[in-house]
Design a protein around this ligand. Sequence first.
Ligand SMILES: [Zn+2]
Length: 84
Amino acid sequence: MPKKECEEALDRLFEYMDHELPEDQLQRIGAHLKDCPPCEAEHRINEKIKHLVARTGGEVAPEALRDRILVTLQHARGDAAPDC
Ligand SMILES: [Zn+2]
């Protein structure tokens, strides 16, 4: 059940990562990420994507990369489809 704070944090995640928000919002979102494992996980995935994209010179579509990382994470958690 996503709370309002989660919505805000996820909505502004990229701005947060680029420090493109006013200081009070950066602090609020930072505090929320510490308190909220699902949002923190999302934050970590996006940080990873950002680093990978930076390493490839931005030539890889973030969406494609994100899908691949999410699939990898799902496999790591044992959520793989039962028929595979
Ligand atoms: Zn949250």
